[in-house]
Design a protein around this ligand. Sequence first.
Ligand code: BTN
Length: 329
Amino acid sequence: MSLDTQQLLKVLTSDRAVSGSELARRFGVTRAAIWKQIEVLRSLGVPVEAKAGDGYRLGAALDLLDPSTILASMPEYARSRVGALDLHWQIDSTNSELMRQAEGPDFAVCIAELQTSGRGRRGRNWHMPLTGGLALSLRKRFDSSMTALAGLSLVAGIALARALEDCGFDGIGLKWPNDVQVDRRKLAGILVELGGDALGPCHAVIGIGINLRLDNEIAQHIDQPWIDLAGLAKDALPTRNRLAARLLVRLIEALDQFTESGFPSFADVFAQYDVLRGQQVRISIANRHRDGMAIGIDAGGALRVRADDGEFSVDSGEVSVRARAENGA
Ligand code: BTN
């Protein structure tokens, strides 16, 4: 039998050590092959302890994802809407996977323990240690044109903020267009991609990445202040299955409302989470910058900015909050 890290992980527990020779016998490989896979697990951040004469055991139980646990903890009205819930041990990107599937049920969901090419906005990479984050993508079909989907990523941000609140976290803010922050540090990100016919019908893949417990190896790839749920939790962290379940419930609710009433019905709620409002900001699009004060969101989800020469709105771009000294304040 060949051996991969996932199979090995299924056999290792935190309760009882398993010897290298027992593992080798079980998988029909050499002890050296077992040791090699143990090293791969460790490089993924899995705490595998080894004791001479005893064997291998996990330093702590792993919080792995399980679709049936996720579905079982969702209320029936939301569970019945989930068209598919596929868990991958390892995949390039959950967003890419759903974008590749041209056809499929509405509310198709893809989750993964590991992403080898997790993607962030603006061509960035998204890094997540094994069980140290949540990577979830959901595809929803729309009869409307793509232009009618303006504001969709803000709606996903609201759903994510509510899901985090359901799990006991507070102080959640949204930085236009779709970063979730606490104390100005990034906790989660959203990547919305569109496919199908620009004039409709079309579909959106909403990809969400949440930092649960980042390690130094991952943190060194992040080019902005960040935070994880472990740094925020007052009590025990929610399981990743619970987090995924609340996220799906909130996404389904929000997407139903969005389909029925559009972004304007979310504008007031977004304002409650808006961390940019009243801040001096710099909007960067390609190599051009414009400065001004963020003054909220318009009915189409664009960011409104008041500059010295008047007001303008942007529907894409990178926003940075300008330090007080830069404004002479
Ligand atoms: C960002 O803030 O830059 C967006 C990050 C989005 C990351 C998630 S993880 C699940 C889904 N799959 C991906 O490849 N990206 C999104």
